[in-house]
Design a protein around this ligand. Structure first.
Ligand code: UDX
Length: 462
């Protein structure tokens, strides 16, 4: 059992703290946000993560975890001090290290001799050296620095902690790295001990690679759409190849969240400022941005002009099983819809309270998906929540003014949806013939409709 302080009671900090406490350690989660600490002490978790509130509760009742807003209270007795503070995107795409610098300054001043500073925040390559340098300015006691990047996914963070794909540790001091590894006992998985910079780069390269896979399949989806192939089957066929693997090949509205956008941008910035030319990473970003535009284009294809149309958007969080809206493709899409002159009615199973301040005042948040689609000209599925896969299509059809579904996450079965009376457009889901052959021929048109529109304003197929 070790005494551990976790600095930064955000997403990574609370999950790490709760799970280390579960492994038998004594943990104090420290944050300079007094209100957050007061809420945590009262048993309130500031965001939604399946199982976290319950685990924190159990650990608190067993006396394994406590919360503090004072460095001089939480740090001096800790043998390990984890840094899990925010590293947001700075003005030029770089990671902003202000919170890391402040944390190092304040923790170093009260550090106990031989403590290990463990950096879990995603930080630019070389930050481990900076942490060592900065801490040395504020303390004369001996200490070590270990980089221990986290690979937790929101929505399954606790399960990811309990059975990780790997543990990566980077340090100048192998004994310190091994001491951090011992904290994870009895977790079993591949372990890699490297120098600090390599450990830091493993995190960036992993996230950038996953984002690249998604942008890759989204590019393939665009080609599939034109040529009549179905990207979901293409991805399945690719995934059986063990060199490729099946995961992170879901085409759709693109990636968002607190990590991929920030980390890809930061890696581009590091590459550019160190004299290399990150052309692939730039394309990965660009393809991702285009996914939202492509969806708006599909609405145009189905409806013609979007001016004064009402669009129902199902799903607001950046992915299912979280209420996190950071860089959510759904929110970016709604901005584009407003730009086109649409009104939006939206529904999300958990993210609506947090979404309100991010949406235009006239966007209507609805209690159910069926309420959201009432009277709408089209429905867009923007987040792959399980409940959207199980929608009652007849009920949906009855509520919509115009029966158009744009499935931005390929959640629905195209044939069944079409059979239920919808015009269905997914992402990259051709139906065996080139796109041009599947669109109805344009009939004489109303003045404001481009001739690609499938439906007239009255909602009838032309
Ligand atoms: C990611 C990494 O997976 C994790 O290892 C790291 O620690 C933090 O960043 P997270 O941000 O929780 O985790 O989300 P993730 O599940 O990776 O999904 C990221 C985005 O990609 C979401 O917007 C998701 O909808 C999208 N996505 C994912 C796709 O569009 N297609 C896919 O096939 C997979």
């Amino acid at each position: 059992m070790s005494r551990i302080c976790v600095v930064g009671a955000g997403y990574v900090g609370l999950v790490t703290g709760a799970c280390l406490a579960e492994l038998g350690h004594d943990v104090v989660c420290l944050d300079i946000d007094h209100e957050k600490i007061a809420a945590l002490r009262a048993g309130r978790v500031p965001f939604y993560e399946p199982g976290l509130a319950e685990l924190l509760d159990t650990m608190r009742s067993r006396g394994r975890i406590a919360f503090s807003d004072r460095y001089d209270e939480a740090v001096p007795s800790a043998a390990f001090v984890f840094i899990t503070v925010n590293t947001p995107t700075g003005a030029e795409g770089q990671a902003d290290l202000e919170a890391v610098r402040n944390a190092v300054r304040d923790l170093a001043a009260v550090l106990s001799p031989h403590a290990v500073i463990v950096n879990k925040s995603t930080v630019p390559i070389g930050t481990g050296d900076l942490v060592e340098y900065l801490a040395r300015r504020y303390t004369s006691v001996p200490f070590s620095v270990v980089s221990n990047p986290e690979f937790l996914r929101e929505g399954s963070a606790i399960a990811d902690f309990r059975s990780p794909d790997r543990i990566v540790l980077g340090s100048r001091n192998r004994a310190a790295a091994e001491a951090v590894l011992a904290l994870y006992e009895p977790v079993r998985c591949p372990v890699l001990i490297t120098d600090i910079r390599t450990a830091e780069m493993i995190k960036y390269a992993s996230n950038a690679f996953l984002a690249t896979r998604i942008s890759f399949i989204n590019e393939i989806a665009a080609i599939c759409e034109r040529l009549g192939a179905d990207v979901t089957e293409v991805a399945r066929g690719m995934g059986f190849d063990h060199r490729i693997g099946a995961e992170f090949l879901e085409a759709g509205l693109g990636w968002g969240g607190s990590c991929f956008p920030k980390d890809v941008r930061a890696l581009i910035h590091m590459a550019a400022t160190s004299g290399t030319h990150p052309q692939l990473l730039r394309a990965v970003l660009e393809i991702n941005r285009d996914q939202r535009l492509a969806l708006v284009q599909k609405l145009h294809t189905a409806l013609g002009s979007l001016e004064d149309r009402t669009i129902a958007v199902l799903g607001l969080s950046f992915k299912p099983n979280t209420d996190d809206l950071r860089n959510s493709p759904a929110i970016e899409l709604i901005d584009l819809l407003y730009y086109e002159g649409c009104q939006v009615r939206a529904y999300d199973p958990v993210a609506m309270p947090r979404a309100r301040p991010l949406l235009p005042a006239s966007a209507r948040l609805c209690a159910t998906p069926y309420e959201a689609v009432a009277g709408a000209d089209a429905v867009v599925i923007a987040t792959a929540w399980q409940e959207f896969r199980e929608l009652d299509l007849a009920r949906l059809r009855a509520a919509l003014r115009v029966p158009v579904i744009i499935d931005g996450r390929n959640c629905l079965d195209p044939a069944a949806t079409r059979a239920a009376g919808f015009v269905y457009l997914g992402v990259g889901r051709g139906s065996g013939q080139p796109l041009a052959a599947t669109l109805p021929r344009a009939e004489p048109r109303e003045a404001d409709e481009p001739d690609t529109a499938i439906l007239g304003r009255d909602g009838w197929t032309r």
